[in-house]
Ligand binder design. Sequence first.
Ligand SMILES: [Zn+2]
Length: 393
Amino acid sequence: MPTYRELLAQVKAEIEEVSTPDVHARLDDGDAPLFLDVRETEEWQEGHLPGAVHVPRGNLESRIEALVPDRGREIVVYCAGGSRSAFAAKSLQELGYENVASMAGGFSDWKRNGYEFVTPRVLEPAQRSRYARHLLIPEVGEAGQQKLLDARVLLIGAGGLGSPASLYLAAAGVGTLGIVDEDVVDDSNLQRQIVHSTERLGEPKVLSAKRTIEALNPDVHVEAYQERLTSENIDRILADRWDVIVDGADNFPTRYLVNDASVWHGVPVVHGSIYRFEGQVTVFHPGAGPCYRCLFPAPPPPELAPSCAEGGVLGVLPGIVGSLQANEALKLVLGIGDSLAGRLLLFDALATTFDEVTVKRDPSCPVCGDAPTISEYVDYVEFCNLAGRGVAQ
Ligand SMILES: [Zn+2]
């Protein structure tokens, strides 16, 4: 049986080693190798090479294929001193990776040479525990959780759709949620608007939602806008740098305002709507698909607008549609998956079926088309009597 030293020497003889100055010279290379850090999480958190990817040695074999599908990709593995990375490089060779080297001297030598390194932001222990199920998903992980904590999502309406959307976004750790709603909690809301409760009757919905959300997750800051979205206030509200808008509005004037503003401010909108047993979800992503006006250039005549009548809705339906909206918003923030941009998802609660319709950007769209004809907000308020009506479904 070889001793550890003999085994290490044998492995080092079978792999390629590169010096820290050689690796440093490649750092800003346009064709830089993948720097793979195989140390433990606590070591990584104290500093690592700029642009490096972290996979602890114990997870290397199970994670590397998903991380680096191309076995021809040049990889430089490093650890603290160059031993663990030598064994890691050997394992990668055995898995078929053809262009692997171990950085001799490791991160200790790197720091001794005075080379730059970055210290990652780390989650607090309580956050590591709260978001443990996210940290276990490679597509989210610690970096994704930081993105969520840094994210700002604006919800239009704290009603049927805004309730589940805001609760799931808050639970997921989206750090800042803006909520726009002028209404107060009414007993007819409680059949579906689960962010509110009986004890909140008569309370402004934005404050009721803020209390529920901040009780659920103290990491989340809620910015409450107790006002109805209008052409007068929309630019002020959107100036607060939102990453994603979740539109839960139930009326045409608000939908058109949100649409036009989102195109002009370049913010993606996760759109949802519900009626009786039917729900619709899509994403209007400026530059990556159609906008609402590509589908409906102008509102229907007032007498045909369904939002002018009280629309019935099955209580759970906004729960399903609002949760799908939260899913789209999380994906947009994380930059993962395929969004619903260009696809309108239709849900039928009675049949329990999902259908999908492809929707395309219209080059003649009055707002996002090649020669836009609308360049200022259009107030459709007078076309439908909104007095006494809340903004949210
Ligand atoms: Zn358009």
